[in-house]
Design a protein around this ligand. Structure first.
Ligand code: C2E
Ligand code: CA
Ligand code: CA
Ligand code: CA
Length: 278
């Protein structure tokens, strides 16, 4: 059924990237980059503070430009979102994670890989079935995947967004709310959607310890998450003092340069193996 739906979608927007042949008004340079497989995923480990070990990672995209070198997402993701290329690129990302999961498991991965989903990807009507199909094709265990959503992604078209998330959630995929505290309507979203994890935005983590407002906000988000039976991750942890504050206030996980920058797959696999031996 999915295949029929895909074929009948004249836009081509849901066609998996490697089979797609239409440029659809995408930025030609970025489109070529996708065809030539110039994109690459880096992984930033997440650390479980109780176990003191790696409990997953966030996949973060990079563009290895043949002349300009490694490009950060801020230099090309906005253009991908504007032209809609983020839709096929997003499928490429999920496919790529699917291909690499066996190696990560082999290296001792115990936890989920977080994949960012932007508002534009929800405008593809077949987001849920296409993700399900990719997971089946790559024999992905749904318990190894987590999608990171921002409040902007969730605000676009409520009913459609909600049913997409519920559909995937029923398959075992988890969802986290990214950049928590920087957008709007967080509380009603928390009630309505099956979100398992809150990610405290780096802008609040930057101020701890020391800035009283940031300290208060970070403590409040941790308590809110726990009272709602959710996990909480602090992003952008760069110092020992930040880490100690978060441990003291019962944060579940951290991610940040203090432990590791986002690294290429081979380095992430090394981190996993070392982590397992400890
Ligand atoms: P994000 O989802 O909030 O990702 C966290 C960003 O914070 C990443 O930047 C990461 O490298 C950076 N970061 C992590 N720890 C630290 C730290 O301790 N200090 C500092 N200064 N920065 C830290 P990055 O990789 O440049 O990604 C930027 C944004 O681009 C992401 O923000 C996300 O919104 C978007 N993005 C990245 N990869 C993807 C993707 O695969 N798909 C989509 N749709 N968006 C992506
Ligand atoms: Ca994220
Ligand atoms: Ca974030
Ligand atoms: Ca952010």
């Amino acid at each position: 059924r999915y295949c029929q739906q895909l074929q009948h979608n004249g836009q081509g927007a849901t066609t998996p990237p490697l089979e797609a042949s239409l440029m659809n008004g995408y930025d030609p340079e970025l489109w070529r980059a996708l065809q030539r497989e110039e994109f690459e995923l880096f992984y930033q480990p997440r650390i479980d503070l109780r176990r003191g070990s790696i409990c997953g990672a966030e996949a973060l995209i990079r563009w290895r430009h043949p002349e300009r070198g490694l490009q950060q997402p801020s230099s090309f993701i906005p253009a991908c979102e504007a032209s809609g290329l983020i839709v096929p690129l997003g499928y490429w990302i999920i496919q790529e994670v699917g291909k690499t999961l066996p190696a990560m498991k082999e290296a001792g991965l115990d936890g989920r890989i977080g994949v960012n989903l932007s508002f534009r990807q929800f405008q593809d009507r077949y987001l849920a079935p296409t993700i399900e199909r990719l997971m089946q094709e790559h024999l992905m265990d749904t318990r190894t995947l987590e999608f990171e959503l921002t409040e902007t992604a969730l605000c676009s078209d409520e009913e459609h967004v909600r049913s997409t998330i519920n559909q995937l959630s029923n398959q075992g995929v988890e969802f986290s709310l990214d950049d928590f505290g920087t957008g709007y309507s967080s509380f009603s979203l928390l009630q309505k959607l099956p979100i398992t994890t809150l990610k405290i935005d780096k802008s609040f983590v930057d101020g701890i310890p020391g800035n009283q407002d940031d300290e208060e906000i970070v403590r409040a988000v941790i308590n809110l998450a726990h009272n709602l039976n959710k996990q909480v991750i602090a992003e952008g942890v760069e110092t020992r003092a930040q880490l100690e504050f978060l441990i003291r206030h019962d944060c579940d996980q951290v991610q940040g340069y203090f432990f590791s920058r986002p690294v290429p797959l081979d380095q992430f696999l090394n981190l996993l193996s070392t982590n397992r031996r400890q």
